[in-house]
Design a protein around this ligand. Structure first.
Ligand code: DAH
Length: 338
């Protein structure tokens, strides 16, 4: 091939590339042009390069030089078109972006009020020397009733008052249920630990109650248990009062009145005063000797007290919440207040 021919071939190639790049109006069009002219495999520049082989040997240096020059020119045209398109996009953005506008506020999540309450209760009881234990929410007959001195025929076992599971424990054949009280954890702890004991346990309990302002089929309890030599009712009253004034404030009015639970003797219930009424927030008492015996303790040498408090009842009084259902609807406008 004559040098002249080779050179004019390159020049028309350069013109065509220039035109294609300067006409490109989008990234896609520019990319099409890049593949057509600069494509590494089948690009037109690549094909022109192959013609170099057919140029006279003596013309090769001049032809090679021209090829380089054209290659640079085509590349430059491509880069120019590219920055033109990028600038256009940035100009577009500039029109809608106002850097002086305040940023969109980030809505932070937070702990659910019940979780916050549980943390605070643990804190207060921790300072009184109580450590934390946990127990399962699916329980067997022994831990939920039998060991707690709730006999076979006791109405507390009524299927209408409990969430029994359809299947029994495979090993023991015992009925299983969603625990109706955290008192189960007392038994689990005493079965595995010798006295002295000073623990609390916080968690969910389940009862088939119809939901209303003060009831919900699932709620939380804080169970407490203290076993040692010479533990008395005075210790129980002191701990309950210290706890209540710590959590609800120095000026809270609480009262402790006689009651009955199968697992305590004597038994009491604790009320706080709120909006002109006494409201029960838990039960307590001196651990019944039968319970101590059922876990292998000697009621002649150790004694203790236990209590089970309603976490929601405490949280509601503290934050002036008048409907327990608000705590479980998960309405964010409600939750954001805590
Ligand atoms: N388990 C009882 C309930 O759910 C509350 C309770 C009463 C717990 C007396 C105790 C206790 O530990 O000693 O109603």
């Amino acid at each position: 091939m004559a040098l002249q021919e080779f050179v004019s071939e390159l020049e028309s190639l350069c013109t065509a590339a220039n035109e294609a790049f300067s006409k490109a109006e989008s990234g896609d069009q520019l990319e099409d042009g890049r593949v057509e002219f600069l494509g590494a495999k089948n690009g037109r520049l690549k094909s022109a390069q192959k013609l170099l082989g057919s140029v006279e040997k003596s013309d090769k240096p001049a032809a090679g030089q021209k090829l380089n020059q054209i290659k640079k020119a085509i590349q430059a045209a491509f880069e120019e078109a590219k920055s033109r398109l990028v600038n256009a996009v940035e100009d577009d953005l500039d029109e809608t972006f106002d850097p002086t506008l305040p940023g969109a506020p980030i809505r932070m999540g937070r702990l659910h009020p019940i979780t916050q309450t549980i943390e605070e209760l643990k804190d207060i009881m921790g300072r009184l020397g109580f450590s934390i234990e946990e127990g399962p929410e699916i329980e067997d007959d022994w831990h939920n009733f039998e060991a707690l001195n709730i006999p076979r025929e006791h109405p507390a076992r009524d299927p209408l008052d409990n969430f029994y599971l359809a299947t029994a424990n495979q090993n023991s054949g015992q009925p299983l249920l969603l625990r109706s009280q955290t008192s189960t954890v007392q038994i689990r702890v005493m079965e595995n630990t010798p006295p002295p004991i000073r623990i609390i346990s916080l968690g969910r309990v389940y009862r088939p109650d119809t939901a209303d302002r003060t009831h919900y089929p699932m709620f939380h309890q804080m169970e407490g248990l203290m076993i040692d030599v010479d533990v008395t009712m005075a210790d129980l009253k002191t701990v309950l009062r210290l706890f209540a004034t710590n959590y609800l404030g120095e000026d809270v009015r609480i009262r402790i009145r006689p009651s009955f639970f199968p697992f305590t003797e004597p038994s009491v219930e604790a009320d706080y005063y709120w909006n002109g009424k006494w409201v029960e927030f838990g039960g307590a008492g001196m651990v019944d000797p039968n319970v101590l015996q059922s876990v292998g303790y000697d009621p002649e040498t150790v004694s203790g007290f236990a209590f089970g408090l309603g976490v929601e009842r405490l949280c509601m009084r503290r934050h002036s919440i008048t409907d327990i259902r608000d705590l479980f609807t998960n309405e964010t406008r409600f939750l954001h207040q805590f």
